[in-house]
Design a binder for this molecule. Structure first.
Ligand code: ADP
Length: 505
């Protein structure tokens, strides 16, 4: 892992060897009308690269390639698919410096965090490589003792993946790896703000031996016009999306036409609940991780800090002190702990939420205004005594802002935590095990972090309830999203002609 500052020359050399075309049917191509778009460094607003801008015809080409590769890919032995994933894991690990730097350049996260994402993203390749040979069905005797039941699994078929910019590598491998393991082919449309990492990943998967047509990557600035017709095309069988709830809702509606299987990882509004009996040092450590990891630009970021009134002032004091000590800067600087937000729109949104909270009576304890100069920087910010009804408690902040609310009882904490249409993750700090278990049943959530500020793990099922989504990614559950169940009923192998018929009637 790189620990010294990265030189301009290293950056230029990496960008020069990163592919910038469309990857369709195993070949790098231009878009059908030759158009390209620019990728910008959010830390200084400079142009990093220009990338082919897929048009609707390119989308159709990509789906055609995935569709024609599907039968032979589905027939590939599981061990072969597993070995490709294992090789991809090795190559991603070998190229960790390149992938991490690319993510820092196009997305802004500090290099150390980008390395963390490489390790996390690579682990999906390893995990699902290990799952591929274990796909199995079952054989059983029907309850009446007569017929035999055979249940098998088969790949769903061609998939469309639409991924966000906040985790450019891991959001891609979390979908690609189980699809490869299950024997599905795919078209990936990465976020237009961060296409470079996905393109380098495609090159790595090609080097790992993934056959032509199995993975196709089509960056585009025309997301709806390129993916819309694919979703309505009968050759597609599944859509997996990670992004905002508003876009996800629209994609679910569009998927009804072809009755597509859908997996949706949508927005969150995670409560971070600190009880009066919590280990406050551990809670502040967890809060920092849950709030500042990825600059707060994560659907699992702590969005609301609900703190028992008895410990609220002390928790606020310690959190503010720690957040004040965080170094803001370009992600390539080894001292940086917090990079820029993704773009100007993100800065305006976060600023607006902070201003709205202050206008409604919250106290600004730290930060609060965008950093002047080039780049989309917003400083660590703490708001205390945020009143109910402030928009910042209802909307996904996606920035380094911690709004604090005091509560008096467990019932009140549960009521506040559940008072949102989202249900992705909750964080709870308490030393009371009974309370922890109670909350695991009372909180409306897909995931719960108990005395930890980080829950994401490739071996665990990631996903939410309510408006946070459908389906799970990772864990043993993750591969099921890419498998269909097929049932074969057999006649009773012991029956002789006529005998069973007579005995049943
Ligand atoms: P975010 O706010 O995190 O950018 P979005 O939901 O807007 O979340 O974007 C997530 C992904 O969805 C990106 O790849 C984006 O290009 C894509 N996207 C946005 N709108 C649409 C749409 N109407 N149809 C298909 N994809 C879309």
């Amino acid at each position: 892992m790189t620990t010294t500052a990265v030189t301009d020359e290293t950056e230029r050399a990496l960008l020069a060897r990163t592919p910038t075309g469309l990857y369709i049917d195993g070949r790098w191509t231009a878009s059908e009308n030759g158009s390209r778009f620019e990728v910008v460094d959010p830390s200084n607003e400079s142009v990093l690269a220009s990338v082919a801008d897929a048009q609707p015809g390119d989308g159709r080409r990509a789906l055609a390639a995935a569709h024609s590769a599907q039968p032979s890919w589905a027939g590939t032995p599981p061990r072969v698919r597993a070995e490709i994933l294992r090789q991809a894991f090795e190559l991603v690990t070998i190229r960790a410096d390149d992938l991490a730097l690319l993510m820092t350049l196009e997305m802004g996260k500090p290099l150390a965090e980008a390395h963390g994402e490489v390790a996390y993203g690579a682990e999906f390749l390893r995990w699902f490589g290990e799952e591929a040979p274990r796909i199995s069905g079952r054989y059983s005797i029907a309850p009446d003792g007569a017929n035999r039941l055979l249940v098998t699994k088969r790949p769903v078929g061609p998939c469309l993946f639409i991924t966000p910019w906040n985790f450019p590598l891991a959001m891609a491998t979390r979908k690609i790896a189980p699809a490869v393991a299950a024997g599905c082919t795919m078209v990936l449309k990465p976020a237009e703000l961060t296409p470079l990492t996905a393109l380098l990943l495609a090159e790595i998967l090609q080097d790992a031996g993934l056959p032509a047509g199995v993975l196709n990557v089509i960056p585009t600035t025309r997301a709806a016009e390129v993916t819309g017709p694919l979703i309505k095309d009968g050759r597609l069988r599944k859509l997996s999306f990670t992004g905002s709830t508003a876009v996800g809702q629209r994609l679910i509606a569009d998927s009804a036409d072809q009755v597509l299987r859908v997996s949706m990882e949508l927005g969150g509004n995670a409560p971070f609940i600190v009880f009066e009996d919590a280990d406050l040092d551990a809670a502040v450590d967890g809060a920092l991780a849950a709030k500042l990891r990825n600059g707060g630009e994560a659907c699992v970021a702590a969005n609301r800090f609900l703190v028992h009134r008895r410990v609220a002032p002390e928790f606020a004091r310690r959190l503010t002190e720690r957040m004040a000590g965080v170094t803001v800067g370009r992600g390539t600087d080894p001292a940086t702990r917090l990079g820029p937000l993704i773009n100007e729109a993100a800065v305006s949104k976060v600023s607006g939420l902070v201003e709205g909270a202050v206008a409604s009576g919250a106290t600004l304890a730290l930060g609060g205004r965008p950093v002047d100069g080039a780049g989309y920087f917003f400083p660590p910010t703490v708001l205390t005594d945020v009143p109910a009804g402030a928009a910042i408690l209802d909307e996904e902040i996606f920035g380094p802002v911690a709004p604090l609310v005091a509560f008096d009882t467990e019932d009140e904490a549960v009521r506040l935590a559940n008072a949102t249409p989202f249900g992705l993750v909750c964080f709870v700090y308490t030393r009371d095990l009974d309370r922890g278990l109670r909350l695991s049943e009372r909180l409306e959530t897909g995931m719960l972090g108990l005395n930890t500020g980080v829950v994401s793990n490739p071996a665990a099922p990631f996903g939410g309830v309510k408006h946070s989504g459908l389906g799970r990614e990772g864990g043993r559950e993750g591969i099921e999203e890419y498998l269909e169940t097929c049932y074969v009923g057999f006649a009773d192998p012991f029956a002789r002609d006529g005998i069973w018929f007579t005995s049943e009637t």
